[in-house]
Design a protein around this ligand. Structure first.
Ligand SMILES: CC(C)(COP(=O)([O-])OP(=O)([O-])OC[C@H]1O[C@@H](n2cnc3c(N)ncnc32)[C@H](O)[C@@H]1OP(=O)([O-])[O-])[C@@H](O)C(=O)NCCC(=O)NCCSC(=O)C[C@@](C)(O)CC(=O)[O-]
Length: 442
C-alpha cells in the first residue's frame, strides 16, 4: 500500500509590490535582489487577510476543486508560525470559515468530528504537519487528512529581511490514494536549538506603548509578527541542518548519492535562489571534494557541472518563489507546485520520477524526505494554473505597501474582494476581547 499526496491547492494573496520599487526606495541595487537573490515580486496580504484567511481559502479550494466530501476529512493539521492567538489554533478559525461556506451543501458544523490542530516549528512546521498526517493515514488507511501550510512572512521595514517578505498557503490532501506523489516512509532529521530567527514574546514597558490601558502591569508581553534574526547566521544554520539531515537520510535509506536520482530537488525557499546557493556544500561532499574560502565556494557555484545541476533539478522549483517571496511553512510546498506546474506546462512526463525535499525551520530543524510522482499527477496539476493566477494579481505602490505594513489602512486596497476576510476584532466585550470575526464574500 502506498501513501502520500492525493490532491493539492494553494492560495496566494492578490496584492504584490515589484521588488525593483522596493530596491529603489531603499537604495539597494535592483540587480542584487533580482539577479543575486532571484526576487521579482513580493506577495502581500490585503487589510482583510491573515494566515487564517489564507488557510481557509486554500482549504476551500482543495475541497471544491477535487470534489472532496468534507466529512471524509478526519484531521486537519496546520503548519504555521503566524499564529493569531497563543491558545486558539489558527486552524480552528480557518475550519470554521470553511464550515460556514459548506453549510448549504453539507449542513452545520461539517468538521464536528474532525481533529484540528496547529503545528509550529518555524518554516518546517508544514513538513511536520505532513509527516504526522502521513503517520496518521498509515495507521488508518481508510481515512484522509488535510495538511495546510499558511503564513505571512513579515519583517521590519528597511531590514535585510524586508525584501524576502511574502505570504500565502498550500493545502494537501493526504491519503492511501496518492494521485500526485507517493511519499516514502524514510525521514532524515537534524535538530539543534539555536537563535538564528525567532519571534519572542517581547516585554515592553507600558509607557512605551501609546494608549496602553491602565489594567496592564508595568511590563506587558505582546506578540509581534516580526522576527528577531541574524541573516548570515541563519544561512549557516540552514546549511548545517540540511547537511546533517541529508546524512541521516542516507543512513536511514542506505542510499549513497540520493539526490542524483531526484528529478527535482525541492527546498524550503526563504527567497528564490537560496536552495541553489546553499546546496554547493552537499554537492561538494557528495562529489568527493571540499572548499575553504568564499571564493572557492563561488567557483563551485559557477562550475559547468553545478550550473547544469541547477538548470535540471532546481531552477523550475524557484519560479513561483521569485513571484511571491517567502511563504515560511508553505514555501517548500509552493516550490514543489512550481516544479510540477512548469513540467505540466512544458508537456513533460514526470510519472514515476523521484522528487527529493529539504525542509528547514529556524530554531532549528531540517527534514529530508522523498517521493515518487504518481501516474495520475496531471489530473491533479490540471486544476492549478499557478503562473496564470500569479499574473492576475494587483500591483501596489510603495506608499500603499508601507501603510499596509504599518497597519495604517482602514479599508482593503481591493475593497471589492471575493472570499474570506477579517471583519473585526472584539474590543468592547471583555470576555471576548481579541476574538476575531470573519465572513465570506461571494
Ligand atoms: C537572506 C539574507 C541573509 C540575504 O542577505 P543579503 O545580505 O541581502 O544578501 P547576500 O549578501 O547574502 O547575497 C546577495 C547575493 O547577491 C549577489 N549580488 C550583489 N549585488 C549584485 C549585483 N549588482 N548583481 C548581481 N548579483 C549581485 C551577491 O553576489 C550574492 O550572491 P552570491 O554570489 O553570494 O550567490 C537576508 O535577506 C536576510 O537576512 N533574510 C531573512 C532571513 C533569511 O531569509 N534567512 C535564510 C535562511 S534561514 C530560513 O530559511 C528560515 C526562515 C527565514 O525562512 C524562517 C523560518 O524558518 O521560519
Amino acid at each position: 500500500m502506498s501513501f502520500g499526496i492525493e490532491a493539492a491547492s494553494y492560495y496566494v494573496p492578490s496584492l504584490y509590490l515589484e521588488i525593483k520599487d522596493l530596491a529603489e526606495k531603499r537604495g539597494i541595487e535592483p540587480a542584487k535582489l533580482e539577479k543575486g537573490l532571484g526576487l521579482h515580486k513580493m506577495g502581500l496580504p490585503d487589510v482583510h487577510e491573515d494566515a487564517a484567511t489564507f488557510a481557509a481559502e486554500a482549504l476551500l479550494k482543495l475541497i471544491k476543486d477535487y470534489s472532496i466530501n468534507p466529512k471524509d476529512i478526519a484531521r486537519i493539521y496546520l503548519g504555521t508560525e503566524s499564529a493569531l492567538d497563543a491558545a486558539k489554533p489558527t486552524a480552528s478559525y480557518a475550519m470554521q470559515m470553511v464550515e460556514r461556506v459548506l453549510e448549504a451543501d453539507f449542513g452545520e458544523r461539517v468538521f464536528r468530528n474532525c481533529d484540528v490542530v496547529d503545528m509550529t516549528f518555524a518554516c518546517v512546521g508544514g513538513v511536520d504537519a505532513l509527516h504526522n498526517a502521513l503517520d496518521f493515514v498509515r495507521v488508518n488507511p481508510d481515512k484522509k487528512a488535510v495538511v495546510i501550510a499558511s503564513d505571512y512572512a513579515k519583517y521590519e521595514l528597511a531590514s535585510s529581511g524586508e525584501y524576502t517578505q511574502g505570504g500565502g498557503a498550500v493545502s494537501l490532501l493526504i491519503s492511501a490514494k496518492p494521485d500526485l506523489l507517493e511519499i516514502d516512509n524514510h525521514w532524515g532529521v537534524a535538530t539543534e536549538s539555536v537563535f538564528d530567527f525567532f519571534k519572542p514574546r517581547r516585554q515592553y514597558k507600558k509607557k512605551d506603548l501609546i494608549g496602553a490601558p491602565d489594567v496592564y502591569p508595568d511590563k506587558i508581553e505582546i506578540f509581534t509578527d516580526e522576527p528577531v534574526f541574524d541573516g548570515q547566521y541563519s544561512n549557516q544554520c540552514y546549511q548545517d541542518r540540511i547537511r546533517e539531515a541529508y546524512q541521516h537520510y542516507k543512513d536511514v535509506t542506505g542510499k549513497e548519492k540520493p539526490y542524483q536520482d531526484w528529478k527535482y530537488i525541492v527546498f524550503h525557499l526563504p527567497y528564490a535562489f537560496h536552495g541553489k546557493r546553499i546546496f554547493t556544500e552537499i554537492y561538494s561532499i557528495e562529489n568527493g571534494f571540499s572548499y575553504e574560502t568564499p571564493d572557492q565556494q563561488k567557483a563551485v557555484a559557477k562550475s559547468e557541472d553545478y550550473v547544469q545541476l541547477i538548470n535540471q533539478k532546481i531552477e523550475k522549483t524557484q519560479r513561483a518563489s521569485s513571484e511571491i517571496g517567502n511563504m515560511y511553512t508553505a514555501s517548500i510546498f509552493m516550490a514543489f507546485l512550481s516544479g510540477l506546474q512548469t513540467s505540466f506546462n512544458e508537456n513533460e512526463d514526470l510519472s514515476g520520477k523521484e522528487i527529493g525535499f529539504f525542509g528547514y525551520g529556524s530554531g532549528s530543524k531540517s527534514k529530508v524526505f522523498a517521493g515518487k510522482v504518481s501516474e495520475n499527477w496531471k489530473k491533479v496539476v490540471d486544476k492549478w494554473n499557478l503562473f496564470d493566477n500569479l499574473n492576475n494579481r494587483t500591483a501596489i505602490d510603495f506608499e500603499t505597501y508601507e501603510k499596509l505594513h504599518r497597519k495604517r489602512l482602514n479599508e482593503s486596497v481591493n475593497a471589492g474582494y471575493n472570499g474570506f476576510g477579517l471583519d473585526s476584532i472584539e474590543e468592547e466585550n471583555p470576555v471576548l476581547n481579541g476574538a476575531r470575526y470573519y465572513s465570506y464574500k461571494k
